[in-house]
Design a protein around this ligand. Structure first.
Ligand code: TRP
Length: 518
């Protein structure tokens, strides 16, 4: 049924997307990266600067992904790492080693990633973390949850528009985008036996919602403002949303996937989340703009009544906008991005017309001085989508030398992208409503290390019937010392978050009227 171009044209639909390159140009001189802003900043002449990933990594204080990680990945899994990892497009991490340690022993963990449904069709940049996640799921044979944040995008868009309802941005529109995106994600090849995809509006409740409440109680407005750039005029829904994205990382938010009872109508089998399920570690593959959320997550994992291990992250760069390396592809600017439902002719036109080139100014110059693949968009896209390392190296060398022309490089890029997008569209056309619903149904998942997990989930901690029985931490009064330690941790977390914003302590009144995310 569903043809790839199903859904309204993305030009109108990109209501909840981050700012487009044109908007970034008006932005601050400084590089600014958080879940609601991705900009390399502008120089004195007003030119957009390339994103400085090393500076970002230092600022976020996230370790680099090293050759040792790649080698260990191969030793543990017996498979070579995906090209996105080999080429350090996934370039940073938190506790990736610990996930590998755990996997070596127990043969499972939980994968979690997500997508803010801001438009009907996803673009190539949106597809990148999912391509990578799919490969991880296949190699590790582990369960995966995909969160579609229809609520986040609704709240964000309303906030951007000062509370006003706008066309294509009614609450129900975001549910529809989420469903369209769900089909796109399925078409990237996920295994229905191991994958649960949900929209927040449809799935939240039960233990998930209990985790949300607990987490909301651990975060303060100051922390949220520091980490996400919000202020007193930000709507309260968007402030509270962070807790949802964070606890979505806890396996205990999804007991049914592990064959355990939840607390939902009409079956209230288990009143509280289970300790053993909460103890399953999680790895999140995502772009580095989401790191500010997950920093708050990691700081609070062990403060939950049923604590979870600190969530591991593997973090990617952004797929460059067609206009060049200062911003990422944005659904709100159709000319900045190649959409997964673009026909081959559109892909060709976009690359030829808008693709920022690192080639020489003239043919003579190019042959004499060579081109610069480091800023060239066609080369950048090939590094994401061309699988052969040898071929890519050959392209790089000949482009630098000037023996490969800009036209030839673009042609190669167009061919590769057309191949990828066309194959995607063929699979997407086969994703029916029923298939979508199969992925979106909460059900027990199948994965390799499941036996090991079930051995850990013993009957006496299943259900927690009658309040917190069988739950070591629950029900017990916290000592004075513990309460004091929590207070100190809270203050420390707030300070950290504020520092992250560059020590921004501007009073709310001074910021009043300033739009929050773009
Ligand atoms: N906030 C993300 C976005 O706007 C969506 C999201 C939710 C997500 N949970 C996630 C992304 C986990 C990566 C990993 O796209």
């Amino acid at each position: 049924m569903a043809a790839p171009a199903e859904g309204a044209p993305h030009t109108e639909e990109a209501v909840g997307a981050p700012p487009a390159v044109e908007e970034i140009k008006k932005a601050a001189a400084e590089q600014l990266i958080d879940p609601y802003n991705v900009s390399g900043g502008v120089d004195d002449e007003g030119n957009v600067k390339a994103i400085d990933y090393e500076a970002l990594r230092k600022r976020f204080d996230t370790p680099a992904l090293t050759e040792e990680h790649l080698a260990r990945f191969e030793r543990v899994t017996g498979k070579p790492p995906h090209r996105l990892m080999r080429r350090k497009l996934f370039f940073s991490h938190r506790d990736f080693d610990k996930i590998l340690d755990y996997y070596e022993k127990h043969k499972f963990f939980l994968l979690y990633t997500g997508r803010g449904p801001s438009s009907g069709s996803m673009h190539l940049g949106h597809a990148v973390p999912f391509l990578f996640t799919k490969e991880l799921q296949e190699i590790f044979d582990v369960p995966l949850v995909v969160m579609l944040t229809d609520d986040e995008k609704f709240l964000y868009t309303r906030n951007k528009n000062q509370g006003k309802a706008t066309k294509g941005a009614a609450l129900g529109d975001f549910i529809k985008y989420a469903h369209d995106n769900c089909k796109d994600i399925i078409a990237l090849g996920f295994d229905p036996k191991k994958t649960f995809i949900y929209t927040d509006y449809e799935y939240m409740g039960g233990h998930f919602y209990q985790n949300i409440s607990e987490f909301e109680a651990l975060l303060t407005n100051n922390q949220i403002r520091g980490a996400l750039g919000f202020d007193g005029s930000t709507n309260i829904g968007l402030n509270a949303y962070a807790a949802k994205q964070c606890v979505a990382a806890f396996a205990s938010s999804y007991p049914i996937l592990f064959g355990q009872p939840d607390f939902r109508a009409p079956d209230y089998a288990a009143s509280r989340p289970q300790k053993r399920i909460a103890a399953i570690p999680t790895l999140i593959p995502c772009a580095i703009d989401q790191e500010p959320y997950f920093r708050m997550l990691r700081e609070n994992c062990d403060r939950m009544e049923n604590p979870s291990p600190k969530t591991a992250l593997i973090l990617s760069k952004f797929l460059t906008a067609l206009q060049g390396p200062g911003g990422k592809m944005s659904a709100s600017d159709p000319n900045s991005a190649i959409f997964m439902n673009d026909p081959p002719s559109t892909i060709k036109n976009k690359i030829n017309r808008y693709g920022f080139s690192g080639g020489g100014a003239t043919k003579e110059d190019h042959e004499k001085y060579g081109g610069n693949p480091d800023v060239d968009v066609a080369y950048a896209y090939l590094s994401y989508f061309l699988d052969s390392d040898e071929e890519l190296a050959e392209i790089e060398t000949s482009y630098r030398k000037g023996t490969l022309s800009t036209g030839e490089l673009k042609k190669k890029c167009i061919e590769e992208l057309q191949k990828f997008v066309t194959a995607f569209q063929e699979r997407r056309a086969k994703v029916t409503e029923d298939i979508m619903r199969e992925f979106m149904t909460p059900r027990e998942l199948q994965f390799a290390g499941k036996e090991n997990l079930l051995a850990m989930v013993t009957p006496d901690n299943v259900g927690n019937k009658g309040g917190n029985a069988g739950n070591e931490r629950g029900g017990r009064e916290k000592s004075k010392g513990e309460r004091k330690a929590e207070k100190i941790a809270q203050k420390k977390a707030e300070k950290l978050a504020m520092r992250e914003k560059g020590g921004d302590t501007t009073p709310d009144a001074e910021k009043a009227g300033e739009s929050v995310q773009d």
